[in-house]
Ligand binder design. Structure first.
Ligand code: GLY
Length: 408
């Protein structure tokens, strides 16, 4: 016992003594060095995760809680993210082992293509099979995406102009959540791939209906809007995961920012660029955005600053803002990029980035799934990792083009 105590004390002393050295090193680190250090950590963590999951057929990671990896099957909404992390790391390294694991984990998601009970098929299939198809051209992956898209479109209602997110219940006839903007990328991809404009038309209609009904005059958004199926109008504007119906749930705001940035990239419809810029303005200048740029789980949470941060919201925002900085030709572009770089610097600090071997192979600490349900609070989440890696890859590409130098 005494030996163990002495060993722990030694480890603590060494880490305390090294802390200023590590912090000083990170303060002087270039963005290239930061990306390399963080991606190397993402690779070593993801290999740990992949090796653990290898012996657990059909399972995919969700979070790490109570000292244990928590998993889901193909039908959990987060099933596609870990395969997507592996594909992006394969792209970064060209490493065959990562590709092998990406293929194995992607295959585990395949049965999702037949699901008609969820709107999350974009997350599940496009982040996994979509990344795999982009990098390998494997036609089977395209078939899976195509079948999954037909399943998703069983939830499209042309009269309401939106894809249904969740089933109806006592409160909601036809609930649509802001997260659903993220599923539209798969529809845009289908139009490009098959030259069939039906898909992108549906994506555009959903995006426009969402601008009209989800957004408030200050460009914050509701989490859930439910439509009256007879008159086609919203009959409820509420929250499921946020603090209150009128609050701004952090991840929801990030999904919207990402969704409209992506929709502008895909359509060049100026309305989406304007929407994305307005959302970015609302978030970047929010009085309760912390100095280190990682949002609290809800911008209106009552205990700020004594409540939890959501690293997933920061990662999604960072990835979206890097893209927005490339699409927006106004003076604001430099601000979007500088903010994203600041977010990535914080997420790449010891406060957020896992030490090697820590937290079961997840990459980022401190995300929030559903605060009020006491579910996944202050834990790693597989989608935080996905968008963090995506943001690092996007920044790396900018730097390679000789851009992205605003925040050194
Ligand atoms: N799409 C569910 C969430 O963001 O928690």
């Amino acid at each position: 016992m005494e030996m163990k105590f002495r060993k722990n004390l030694m480890l603590w002393l060494v880490s305390v003594l090294l802390l200023p050295v590590n912090m000083a090193a990170q303060e002087t680190e270039t963005l290239e060095q930061m990306i390399e250090r963080s991606m190397d950590r993402a690779v070593s963590q993801s290999l740990i995760m992949a090796k653990t999951l290898e012996g657990m057929p059909d399972l995919l990671p969700r979070t790490y809680e109570n000292g244990k990896l928590q998993t889901i099957h193909y039908n959990g909404w987060v099933s596609g993210f870990f395969p997507g992390v592996l594909w992006q790391l394969y792209e970064y390294t060209g490493d065959k082992e990562l590709r092998h694991y990406a293929e194995v984990m992607t295959e585990r998601v395949e049965p999702a293509k037949k699901m008609t009970s969820t709107h999350d098929l974009g997350f599940m299939l496009y982040c996994s099979f979509g990344q795999g198809y982009r990098l390998t051209g494997n036609k089977h992956y395209l078939d899976v995406i195509s079948e999954g898209t037909q399943s998703l479109l069983t939830r499209w209602n042309p009269k309401l102009g939106v894809i249904q997110s969740w089933g109806s219940n006592d409160r909601w006839q036809y609930p649509v959540i802001i997260d659903n903007m993220m599923n539209l990328e798969m529809l845009c991809f289908m139009t490009q791939e098959f030259s069939d404009r039906r898909y992108i038309r549906i994506a555009e209609k959903h995006a426009q209906t969402t601008i009209k009904n989800h957004y408030r005059p200050d460009y914050s958004c509701y989490h859930v809007v439910s439509y009256d199926t007879i008159n086609g109008q919203p009959h409820a504007k509420q929250t499921a995961q946020g603090w209150a119906d009128e609050s701004s749930w952090a991840r929801g705001q990030a999904w919207g920012l990402y969704g409209y940035t992506m929709m502008y990239r895909e359509t060049l419809n100026r309305q989406y660029l304007d929407q994305a810029c307005h959302i970015a303005d609302f978030l970047l200048h929010h009085p309760r955005m912390p100095k280190d740029k990682v949002p609290y789980w809800d911008y209106d949470a009552p205990d700020i600053p004594n409540t939890k941060r959501d690293a997933s919201a920061a990662a999604i925002m960072a990835s979206a803002l890097i893209e927005l900085s490339q699409l927006d030709s106004s003076d604001k572009a430099a601000e979007w990029l500088a903010f994203a770089e600041g977010q990535l610097r914080t997420l790449s600090s010891p406060e957020y980035l896992a030490e090697k071997g820590e937290i079961g192979g997840f990459i980022l600490k401190h995300s929030v799934g559903h605060f009020k349900a006491h579910s996944e609070v202050d834990v790693p989440l597989t989608y935080a990792d996905y968008y963090y890696v995506e943001a690092l890859m996007r920044l790396k590409q900018l730097l390679q083009k000789g851009e992205g130098e605003v925040n050194r």
